[in-house]
Design a binder for this molecule. Structure first.
Ligand code: SF4
Length: 458
């Protein structure tokens, strides 16, 4: 069966068997931590429902919330900009930095900047960008992309980080102690915080009622970046808007528990005013979000608070790694967002799903991820990207299953496969059997067993 982009990349990831097993186990450990903490909160399911309702309220009242946010942020002395797409977003940031002669930007993690390819743009325009989240910094030094939205460097073992730091930061040879490596990274980053000209962060939530944003980190890097510089930029998708501080309380109870199995992130910071003599810029970015709002079957993807729980639980993500997905966000939410961005280009990811619905079950804001992937699968044919061999097989199955006599005869003959020579079953014609063993057929079908044992039952 011809492979999808996802299954090809997953096969390559699986070749390093030990690493693949370690990846699977590490993420499963995070999922278990999430379970433990969520079970400690009796009202967990109520919280999920409330969070979903707040999000649905927010996305259905976006024009009012945007207006309210703008009014309050301006009253707080901040600048507010609007970007309809990635190009405008990049240009606004570039212009702010250039107006102030800024040559170096310290940035805390923002998936929006990945979505809009900000770093490449700024570097090409002579502005140095330093990622300050430790995982992101490791990846930046490696010239690699995040493989997870919350744990961007989860796929990299500490020995590799040690070697990288030896080369880039001049750390001790063969010292892979995580505490030592973290301290060394912190020492190096401290200089970047002090020497930069501007600080930038994404946002977890933007509060309309107060015109401020909330940023959750475990390392305090957003706070450092925003405190050490007078020129501060915060950019976020319009889906991050929520009505009030009170509503943020619901999300903060869900976010860290779902993401990493912590009760709360170490730092939950509110940024709402410029420093004395400084500037705070907010950039509200659309980049396709209003179009998603108009798609009834998919608008719930805008509920996503980017906790990564759907990745940690996904049996396919855990076994195939973040880089097996062609969209920059991997896992169940990435499959859906990629299809919304460009369904033909990113259709290869749709195969990375067993439809087990575990993602829908853990999502703290009740995004119906598995259900939406199922909807996309139905659309592959109309998009002209369905797998022809799978379609032929499905047509064959349909043909047999619609004819009870033929179906029952096929079932009777199936056990013969148990005794057939291996080369007859596992050859080039049986693409399905290339990666897995066929199940052993029972000697008697359920149908004939039922008839034999229940012949007197009507
Ligand atoms: S879809 Fe849900 S589980 Fe997945 S990242 Fe978003 S909020 Fe978390």
């Amino acid at each position: 069966m011809s492979r999808t982009s996802h299954s090809r990349a997953a096969k390559a990831f699986q070749e390093d068997r030990n690493n693949a097993v370690w990846h699977d186990e590490t993420l499963w450990m995070v999922r278990q931590k999430r379970d433990k903490l969520s079970h400690n909160i009796p009202e967990w399911e109520d919280l999920r429902h409330t969070a979903r309702d707040i999000k649905l309220y927010s996305t259905s009242h976006l024009p009012e919330l945007i207006e309210e946010f703008e009014k309050n942020a301006k009253a707080n002395g901040c600048y507010v900009h609007f970007a309809k797409d990635a190009k405008e977003y990049r240009e606004i940031i570039e212009n702010i930095l250039k107006e102030h002669g800024a040559k170096k930007l310290v940035k805390s993690k923002s998936m929006l900047s990945e979505e809009c390819e900000l770093n490449e743009h700024l570097i090409n325009h002579g502005i140095d960008v330093i990622e300050t989240d430790l995982g992101e910094r490791i990846l930046q030094l490696m010239d690699a992309k995040p493989s997870h939205i919350v744990l961007p460097a989860i796929h990299i073992k500490r020995e590799r980080v040690g070697k990288l730091f030896e080369e880039k930061l001049g750390t001790e040879e063969n010292n892979y102690d995580p505490t030592y490596l973290t301290h060394q990274a912190r020492k190096a980053l401290r200089q970047d915080f002090l020497n930069a000209d501007a600080g930038m962060t994404g946002a977890n939530f933007a509060i309309a009622e107060t015109g401020e944003v909330v940023v959750c980190t475990n390392e305090g890097n957003a706070d450092m970046g925003m405190s050490c510089q007078n020129i501060n930029i915060t950019a976020f998708g319009i889906d991050k808007l929520v009505p009030s501080r009170e509503s943020v309380g619901v999300f903060t109870r869900l976010l860290a528990r779902s993401a990493t199995g912590q009760p709360i992130t170490t730092y939950t910071s509110h940024f709402g005013r410029p420093h004395e003599g400084g500037e705070q810029h907010f950039i509200l970015v659309d980049n396709g979000r209003s179009e998603i709002l108009g798609m009834e079957q998919h608008r719930k993807t805008l509920n996503c608070i980017r906790c990564g729980a759907c990745m940690n639980t996904c049996p396919v993500y855990r076994r195939s790694g973040g880089y097996s997905y062609s969209y920059f966000i991997p896992g169940p939410i990435g499959i859906n967002l990629g299809m919304l961005k460009d369904p033909r280009k990113f259709s290869g990811n749709v195969s990375g799903c067993t439809l087990c619905f575990s993602c829908s079950y853990v999502c703290p804001v009740m995004v119906d991820l598995g259900e939406q992937i199922y909807v996309w699968r139905q659309k592959l044919h109309d998009l002209g990207v369905a797998n022809q061999e799978k379609k032929t097989m499905s047509d064959g199955m349909k043909f047999i299953m619609e004819k009870p006599k033929l179906f029952n005869s096929a079932l009777k003959m199936a056990p013969m496969a148990n005794h057939a020579p291996r080369f007859l079953l596992y050859n080039g014609l049986n693409k399905w059997g290339q990666d897995r063993e066929l199940p052993r057929f029972a000697n008697e079908s359920f149908n004939s067993w039922w008839k034999r044992t229940h012949k007197n039952n009507k």
